[in-house]
Ligand binder design. Sequence first.
Ligand code: AHR
Length: 632
Amino acid sequence: VYTIQADKIKTPIQKTMYGIFFEDINQAADGGVYAELIKNRSFEFNMPLMGWDEQKKDGGDGRLEVINRATERPENAHFIKAYVTSETGSFGLENEGFRGGTGIKEGETYSFSVMARQNDGNVKLNIELHGDNDAIIGKAELSPTDKEWNRYSVKFSSSATAKKAKVFVWLSGKGVIDLDMISMFPEHTWKNRPGGLRADLVQKLADIKPGFLRFPGGCIVEGRELNTRYQWKKSIGDIDKRTNIINRWNTEFAHRPAPDYYQTFGLGFMEYFMTAEDIGASPLPILNCGMACEFNTSEMVPLDKLDPYLQDALDLIEFANGDASTQWGKLRTDLGHPAPFNLKMIGVGNEQWGPQYIDRWKIFTKAIKAKYPDVKIVSALGPFPKGPEFDLLNKTFRSLGADILDEHYYASPKWFRDNARRYDNYDRKGPKIFAGEYAAQSVQTGSPLNKNNWECALAEAAFMTGLERNADVVNMASYAPLFAHVDGWQWTPDLIWFDNLKSYGTPSYYVQQLFSLNKGTDVVPLTLNNESVAGQEGCFATASLDKNTNELIIKFVNTGATAQPVSFKINGGAYQKKANVITLHSDRGDTENSLENPKTISPVESTMAVNGKLVNTTIEAYTVQVIRLKNK
Ligand code: AHR
């Protein structure tokens, strides 16, 4: 018999408890949630024509020149000068899209745009979408007129769906034309914002009702070298002025034969802040602290040269929270968002370690706290939490009175089950914990064979009961990584998978969602023989009150192979006779969801008769169950 003290609040659960970790890895941004359909739209990849092919048909002829105007436009140096030399036939460009083609949906409206300048003659653009069997499934025409750079756009719809359509830009009429920023977006994006984000993917985030959104990573914050670190100031404003860089994850794990994974920053800091606001999440930006990725070059900025990095952090806080009388608050206002973003926390460095991190952390913390004493600082505790590096950081940051410590765990399902008590005996007076990156690894961390299977998700659920039970210490938690393209990933497991058209949540996604939607407001004690339930007979549990809905919420995880008859004796409260139950279950640990079967493991809702203050039930093997009891 499990005992629940529903009349004894143990600790409040922070609104931030379950959140999202976003990083542009696995094609998460470009080719993923950023809905741009043209690869290398500004010809700024290292090979400026990467993603593009010159095309000729029906006797059409001409040539393309890549022009470099770096002195004039260092942030967008290249454009294309196209010479159309034939009166008849077709000459032009084909774009390969992302991961072998462009996802096009029947009936969707597409918005094609280009920066163009007529040099000589009157060259017209004919846009064509080719679907399966090379059938034309959409077309449009544009007639640029100006001899100066101008933006031209046209909308058209598609008559068929194709996962890997081809996009052709045919040029007709003898002459010379300059082209840049060749772009195509679906009209239906998240909140229908022009040039916006893929609605199905952001909806999946919104459906978690996350408490926070951490961005932009991950290792891409650091860069392989300092030169390719994430610089937020270069990610805002006009998209043709956001300098492209090669993605830090471009060559990882050798799944990627060509260096074609870039960051265009179309999804930049303004978009991150707005998305966080849209989905009700607190923004948590992580900034580079003067250190490149310690798994790569380990480049470091000398301590006396950190000023530009510090300034970026201070300016970011002003950008998020300042009013229009401040320099950066005015910029946010000018970008269309007069209201502040209400930034309350900022990360200094991602997954750093060593004394060199501590030195830089001290300088950042002093500067940020001097100007913004209420902004909480998230401090890294390095990679997987064990060994001398973790111990040094943990001890130092505790002695320096750090606000929030970011622990990462990529480990076996067994580790997650065994560590459900990890925080039971943590220092209650020290810094708060952010379980900033975690995911159970079915094979081992870094293995491309890792699966997003039910055994892993169950183990994460078991561990999460321990996070929630210790909500006085653990204030935030996020699974990582978040997104992966089925045809272009570097890292597995991941929470949400997608192709060019569709997406699905893994079993881990539904665990995250279940915990987030059912977290309640306050933890109450749930014990077995006066002990927390963390592994006895393979069972894990936690209970909370939801003061807003006046409910008692029990979360029970049975990781074992046999069903468990359980009785909950509830002290306090008076409950209605019917409880709502939400169950995640599979008979097998190796069950996975997929694009074809996206909901093999997904929540099933039911009701259960409740006998006053004694709840008798059986929790099936391999099951996560939430029981919600409404007070009378
Ligand atoms: O989530 C993938 C990577 O794991 C992150 O970029 C990094 O912080 C960690 O090592």
